[in-house]
Design a protein. Structure first.
Length: 171
């Protein structure tokens, strides 16, 4: 992705970001963003279960899952079962400037995939200046280094929790 192309309509992107911040009451919150399909490879249900207790104890944090897919009902059920209705936001699928507005209002980006050939979303998040918590199994993990994010093993409870906590403290 070319940074210039992604940010060429900056004022429109900022307008969407401002709108999302108001609509979803994100002002003053750490906004963790995921963008992608809700499919098994993305491991969203596993990730949410692992970090649920952290999210439930932090009023300063919101997890925004932008996308849609076959696991949406399962994700919604996990959110409900863990009392995360106010902490996890599922606004739907967005494209172009409307999607970039989500990047612009986020504090950090999360990609918990169990398999991901590359994941252009990591590149997009970095272009928007976001720190990234990225699965070690994502091809885009090669873009993550000390200073722009953390790699974690989404199959390891303790690594996921420890890296999530570290990520939260540093965004």
């Amino acid at each position: 992705q070319l940074p210039e192309r992604l940010r060429e309509n900056r004022k429109l992107i900022e307008a969407f970001a401002t709108s999302y911040m108001r609509e979803y009451q994100l002002v003053g919150k750490k906004v963790l963003l995921f963008v992608g399909r809700f499919i098994p490879e993305k491991a969203l249900p596993i990730f949410i279960e692992r970090v649920a207790h952290i999210l439930s104890n932090r009023d300063d944090c919101r997890l925004v899952l932008v996308g849609e897919g076959v696991e949406k009902e399962q994700i919604s059920a996990i959110v409900q079962a863990n009392g995360l209705d106010k902490k996890v936001i599922l606004p739907g699928k967005f494209q172009a400037e409307e999607l970039y507005g989500w990047y612009a209002c986020a504090s950090g980006f999360v990609l918990p995939s169990l398999f991901e050939q590359f994941g252009a979303v990591v590149n997009e998040a970095l272009i928007f200046g976001l720190s990234v918590l990225c699965s070690q199994y994502a091809g885009a993990s090669i873009l993550i280094h000390q200073g722009n994010g953390y790699l974690f093993n989404p199959l390891d409870d303790s690594d996921t929790i420890n890296k999530f906590l570290l990520f939260m403290e540093n965004i």
